[in-house]
Design a protein around this ligand. Structure first.
Ligand code: PGA
Length: 265
C-alpha cells in the first residue's frame, strides 16, 4: 500500500494525504484494482474514468499491474467523463485518443466495453446521445467507482462554475457545455494556443457523477491547492462544482499530495 501521510474527514468526506503525486496516484490505481477484483461474474466492475494530466500516472500503474499478470480488465466496463465537441475520435487531442494512448491499448479491456462520449454526433442529436450515455450506465447497474480530477476553477468533468442554485447544479444532466476561460487556458498548451482550444465539450452531468457508489477525487500539485481547500471548506456552491461532492458525503475519498493539500486548514 502506498505510504499515506495522514487522513482526516471534511464535510463527511475522507481526505487522504500522500507525500507525492506518485503515491496518491498509486492509491487511486489500487482502489480501481480492488473494485475490479471485487466484481463477480454476475456483476462486472463499472468504472468512471477521467482524463487530463493527473490520471496519467494512475493509468500507467494499472497498465503495470496488468503487464505483471496481476490484473485483467476483461470483465470491466469503463465510461469516460467528457470529450471535446466537435472532435474526431482519431484526433490526437480527443479524449478517445488519450484513453487509447494511456489505457485502452495497454490493457485487455474489450474495445466494446470502453465508452467515451462521441464528439462526432450531429448537434441535433447531442441531447439524445448524452441521455443515452446515462442510460447505458444505468443499464450496466450504475458506476461502482468514479475517478475525478479537479480543475483550477473547481470544475468536475467539464461541469464548470455557474450561478445556478445548488439544487439546480446537483441535478445537472450529461450535456454539451462551453468551456470556462480558465479551462481553455489550461488546455492551451495541448492545443498550441488558447485560441485553438475547441471551446465546447460533452460532459457527464453532476447528477450522474454523484450517483457513483464510490467517488475518488485525485488532486496533485500546488496549482490545485486553492481549489482543493475551497471545495473542502464552506457550503456547497455551484460556483465551485467540486464542493458539490459534499452531497455524496461518505462515498467520497479525496486522494491528494502534500502540495495540493497545502491550503487545507
Ligand atoms: P488536469 O485536469 O489533471 O489536467 O490538471 C484536471 C481537471 O481539469 O479535471
Amino acid at each position: 500500500m502506498p505510504e499515506e501521510s495522514r487522513s482526516f474527514q471534511r464535510a463527511g468526506m475522507t481526505v487522504r494525504v500522500f507525500p507525492d503525486a506518485g503515491a496518491a496516484s498509486r492509491a487511486a490505481a489500487d482502489r480501481i484494482a480492488s473494485t475490479i477484483r471485487a466484481a463477480s461474474p454476475g456483476h462486472r466492475a463499472i468504472l468512471g474514468m477521467a482524463t487530463g494530466a493527473t490520471p496519467q500516472k494512475v493509468y500507467s500503474h494499472l497498465a503495470s499491474l496488468h503487464a505483471a499478470g496481476g490484473l485483467s480488465f476483461r470483465d470491466a466496463v469503463t465510461y469516460n467523463l467528457d470529450e471535446y465537441y466537435p472532435i474526431q475520435p482519431l484526433d490526437p487531442k480527443s479524449y478517445r485518443c488519450y484513453m487509447h494512448r494511456h489505457f485502452f491499448s495497454l490493457v485487455d479491456l474489450p474495445p466494446q466495453q470502453g465508452h467515451v462520449l462521441d464528439g462526432t454526433v450531429p448537434e441535433g442529436f447531442v441531447a439524445a446521445h448524452c441521455a443515452e450515455f446515462e442510460r447505458w450506465i444505468e443499464a450496466d447497474g450504475g458506476l461502482d467507482l468514479q475517478l475525478l480530477g479537479i480543475g483550477r476553477n473547481g470544475h468536475i468533468g467539464f461541469n464548470e462554475p455557474s450561478e445556478l442554485t445548488v439544487a439546480e447544479a446537483l441535478a445537472l444532466p450529461t450535456r454539451l457545455i462551453e468551456l470556462h476561460p480558465l479551462t481553455r487556458e489550461d488546455a492551451a498548451r495541448e492545443f498550441g494556443g488558447v485560441d485553438k482550444v475547441i471551446p465546447r465539450a460533452l460532459t457527464l452531468g453532476v447528477r450522474a457523477i454523484l450517483s457513483a457508489r464510490s467517488i475518488l477525487m485525485l488532486a496533485t500539485g500546488a496549482h490545485k491547492a486553492e481549489a482543493v481547500a475551497a471545495a473542502l471548506a464552506g457550503q456547497m456552491r455551484a460556483s465551485l462544482p467540486a464542493s458539490l461532492l459534499q452531497a455524496a458525503g461518505e462515498r467520497v475519498t479525496w486522494l491528494v499530495d502534500e502540495a495540493a493539500a497545502s491550503g487545507v486548514s
